[in-house]
Design a protein around this ligand. Sequence first.
Ligand code: G3P
Length: 232
Amino acid sequence: MKTKIFCDIADFKIIKIFNTKSIVDGFTTNPSLMRIAGAKNYKAYSLKILKVCNKKPISFEVFADEPKEMLKQAYEINTWGKNVYVKIPVVNSKGLFMGQVIKELSNKGIKLNITAVYTYEQTKKIYKSLNKKTKSIISIFAGRMADKGKDPLPIFKKSISLTKKSKNTEILWASTREAYNYIQAKQLKCNIITMPPKAINQISSFGKSYKAMTLDTVKGFLIDSKKSKFKI
Ligand code: G3P
């Protein structure tokens, strides 16, 4: 089983480059990444991205906080392209589970990426709300969890085991912190991992020997010492 690699980025220029790479199977964006990319008009910027990426799956997130408005945005985003997944947060900012929103959209055949997931209980509730005939992604935020001293592996194990019977439901390792997370996701048989461009590039140097790594490290220190003209 292959763990697909998505690129976690909203920058149009970077998407254009990574879209041509065979290692990249798709893309994920979020409102923060859109802001970093300098997007001023959400729809116009998304459509610009979709001009260069119109085959590989790409997620665009709703940013409304009320279920009614969220639904409105989701229906609109869904019309932007056949390869679009609409990203819906598992809860809104009031902590309210977006089950009804998920249910309605999924029953209408709209491809969803349910985001900001941190617990197995959330995965279970999302899975129940999804129409198994509709393609869907559940994004579990590994890095942000680990940043707070929590082990992400148990929730992945349980979530993957729950959803593995449904071929249309994929678990996505989100919030990647390092290239090694790809190995971890593969070992777990996680369907997808979304990685920042830097971590994707690092995969090409996998397999480098310990000896070569030691030499590179020592050489790097030596070069910097010389550049700074250090003397004792
Ligand atoms: O796109 C969702 C997720 O991957 C964000 O990751 O690095 O902001 O924790 P991060």
